[in-house]
Write a protein of this length. Sequence first.
Length: 338
Amino acid sequence: MMIEARGLVRTFKTKRGPVQAVQGVDLEVADGEIVGFLGPNGAGKTTTMRMLATLIQPTAGTATVAGCDLAKDPVGVRRRIGYVPQSGSTLPEAVAGDEVVDHARLYGVPKAKAAADGQRLFEELDLPGLWRRQCKTLSGGQRRRLDIVMGLIHDPKLIFLDEPTTGLDPQARANLWEHIRGLRDRGATIFLTTHYLDEADALCDRILVIDHGKIVGSGTPDNLKQQVSGDAVRLSLADAAQAPAVTKIVQELAGATQVETDGDVVGFRIPRGGSVLPGLLRSIDAQGIELDGVEVHRPTLDDVFLTMTGRSLRDEDTAAAATATTATATDEKKEAVA
C-alpha cells in the first residue's frame, strides 16, 4: 500500500473549545491509484491530506505513507512525496523558472536536470514562454499550473493534489486531467481532493467520501452510484389536477421509491428507469392523462453524497468551513513557531 492510515484524528483548539476536524479516519491507497477525496468545505479533506503530508501532526492514530512511518520518519515521507496545496507556494517577486529549479535542488535533483525537466513540464502544462517571468505577473490559472509543476518537478511516486484545478479554465482543466492520468500510467500514485463532481467521476479510480471528519463511503464512481436506489424520473403533467392519478400509477410500479408530487410534477426513483418508462407511459395514456415532458436521470456522485449524508455535496457548510479554516490557521501558526 502506498498509504495506510488507521484512526487518524485531528483536534484543533478554538476560543469556543476543541474542534475535532478529523474523527478516526481509516483509509488505504494502493500503488498506482488515482484516489479522490470528496466532500464539502469543512468536512476534513484538507486536514487529512495535510496530516498525511506531514504538514500537521495527528492528534491520534497511525499511518504509513510511501513506505515510511508518519510519526517516526516524517523526513522519509517528505522525500518521497509531492504536495500541491490549495494556496500558492511561490514568492511573488521570484522568477518562475528559478522557483522550480530551487525546489528541485532541495530534493537533490541536479540543476541541469531540474531546468530541463521544469521546461518540459512548462510546455506540458501550457506555460510556454513564462520561464523567466516573475510569479506576480502570472494570471491566477498560470500560477496554479506553476504550483503543480513545483509539486511534480522531483518526480515523486506519491503526489498529493489539494483542489488542483481550482481557478483553471475548462481547457486547462482537461489538460491537467490528461497529465494526471499520464502520471498514473507511469507508475505514480495520486491522492487528490476536489469539489468538482465531474472531475472525480472522470478522473478517479476510486473515491473516498468524507463528511464531518469521517469516511462515509468508498468505492469506484460506478459502484458508489449503484448504491443509490435507482434512476430519478420526473413526469411533467399538462394538468396538475391529474397528479394524484399519476402518483397512484407510479406507486404500483415494482421498485418505485421516493414518490413525490410538486404541483404538476411527479418525481420518483426506480431501478432501470429507461426500461420501465414505456410501460408507464402506456398506463398513463390509457387513463387519458396528457404529459408535457419526461426526464430520466442516472444517479450522480451528488446523489451518492445525498444518500449517504442526507445533504447535497454542493451545499456549502459555511459555519463548519469557517470554524475549520480558522482553527487550522491558528494551529498551524503555532506549530510553525514551535
